[in-house]
Design a protein around this ligand. Structure first.
Ligand code: GRF
Length: 198
């Protein structure tokens, strides 16, 4: 898992694995920021936690190659971004084709990029939500795996709306990982299509 901060989505995945709701193991948590709270959450759960400092690398590609190498060395099969505040470059995309997930706090393609909850509020949207999607070179633009809708209430602030969206994020991400790891899906163009299971 790649993170940059608080790590509440990371925690929801740690908890889902611990509860037996998600048949997976978290090989490593990597942050581009040394002070990410998520690193402490990982260590508390006995998961290897690394700070990989962008300043130790001359450019973005070299940083992404270092991340890809660290993940590959640990036998990672699926990379999950959770509040990872960096663009994923081509070296990392190439190392994990269709194997990188991200969670975004809006109903994509509405409100990509930063401050999605503020964007929804200021736009006057009456419904927003959360999206788990495959990561491509397009920012928040990859195939949609799962979404959940959240109503925007008349007296919402960015904080109250974000808190309600986050509840859905924590439910959605472990479920999306389960679906993707399950492997019964294909891409039809940019549509993520789940195969019927008996
Ligand atoms: C979440 O809202 C996620 O959707 C967005 O960044 C936030 C990360 O929160 N990409 P956390 O670090 O998982 O608590």
């Amino acid at each position: 898992m790649l993170i940059s901060g608080r790590g509440s989505n990371l925690q929801s995945i740690i908890d889902a694995v611990a509860a037996g709701d998600l048949d997976a193991s978290i090989a490593v948590v990597i942050s581009n920021r040394a002070d990410a709270q998520g690193l402490s959450r990982a260590r508390a759960a006995g998961i290897e936690a690394l700070h990989v400092n962008p300043r130790d690398h001359p450019d973005r590609d070299s940083y992404d190659r270092a991340i890809a190498a660290a993940l590959t060395a640990r036998g990672v099969e699926l990379v999950c971004l959770a509040g990872y505040m960096r663009l994923v470059g081509q070296p990392l995309l190439d190392a994990f084709p269709q194997r990188i997930l991200n969670i975004h706090p809006s109903l994509l393609p509405a409100f990509p990029g930063l401050d999605a909850q503020r964007q929804a509020l200021e736009h006057g949207a009456q419904v927003t939500g959360a999206t788990v999607h495959l990561v491509t070179a397009a920012l928040d633009g990859g195939p949609i795996v799962l979404q959940a809708a959240v109503p925007v209430l008349p007296d919402d602030t960015v904080e109250t709306l974000s808190a309600r969206v986050l509840i859905q994020e924590h439910r959605l991400y472990p479920e999306a990982i389960r679906i993707v790891l399950g492997g019964c899906w294909t891409l039809a163009g940019r549509r993520f299509v789940r195969e019927a299971t008996s």
